[in-house]
Design a protein around this ligand. Structure first.
Ligand code: ATP
Ligand code: MG
Length: 227
């Protein structure tokens, strides 16, 4: 079953201006539920743009994006926000942790807007901190974590709302080989648990492993190959 469907999606930045730029052109694809899809392609090929469209962080210039059976492109912004909070988790290239806050506050923040009981938030946070080896760091500021720890915190944060879909941008960009392999194994576990993963990466380590069922190669905003 397809969980995400893009139908002739185009994204043009600065339309009508001298710096108009077509970052994605006529992208059509089906992403099956519970699989891992890698978006590969050189710098500037449109990987992050595609993730931001699927993640409802920006709107396509034309075309349709259907997620979990819902056509999202015309939804009002507040519904898009609710939909995103309900179904998606993001792991950004530069983590985007709030470095002045503690590890546990970075996690708790995700669920505050839902008005969930604090006990439920704490339970979820504690189980993720244990899972990702961060429990002893819970009261530290995120700024003192190592690169690998920051990446694991970013993954934990993306899982706080127990999303079906995980969108991941260049997860190994700042990690050495050993840490990269560790992070790849974490994503394998998540895929095996039934999450749908979309990972933008041009790291040969990520592409080489058995992580992805499918690799979509982008170039200049177009799909040039799918394997
Ligand atoms: N907000 C924006 N305004 C104008 N142009 C943009 C904007 N965001 C991205 N672009 C352009 O769109 C193209 C695709 O960018 P995108 O970030 O999606 O590429 P990418 O494949 O993720 O690259 P990288 O591997 O370097 O992260 C680039 O040429 C970029 O300069
Ligand atoms: Mg990018």
């Amino acid at each position: 079953m397809s969980i995400i469907k893009m139908d002739r999606v185009t994204k043009t930045y600065n339309p009508g201006k001298p710096n108009e730029f077509a970052a994605l052109s006529e992208i059509s694809l089906d992403i099956p539920s519970g699989q891992c899809t890698i978006l590969a392609g050189p710098s500037g090929s449109g990987k992050t743009t595609l993730l931001s469209l699927v993640g409802l962080m920006s709107r396509p210039s034309s075309g349709r994006i259907t997620i979990l059976g819902k056509e999202t492109t015309l939804l009002a912004e507040n519904f898009r926000t609710l939909f995103r909070r309900g179904h998606m988790g993001f792991i950004f290239q530069h983590f985007q942790l709030i470095t002045d806050l503690t590890v546990k506050d970075n996690l708790d923040l995700v669920l505050y807007p839902d008005g969930r009981p604090f006990n439920a938030i704490r339970e979820r946070r504690t189980s993720l901190l244990e899972r990702f080896g961060l429990i002893t760091k819970r009261a530290e500021k995120a700024s003192v974590l190592s690169g690998g720890e920051q990446q694991r915190l970013a993954i934990a944060r993306a899982l706080m709302n127990n999303p079906e879909i995980l969108l991941v941008d260049e997860p190994t960009a700042h990690l050495d080989t050993t840490l990269s392999q560790h992070v790849i194994a974490l994503f394998e576990d998540l895929r095996n648990e039934g999450k749908t993963l979309i990972i933008a990466s041009h790291d040969p380590l990520v592409l080489a492993g058995g992580l992805a069922e499918r690799v979509i190669h982008l170039r200049d905003g177009r799909i040039i190959r799918q394997v």
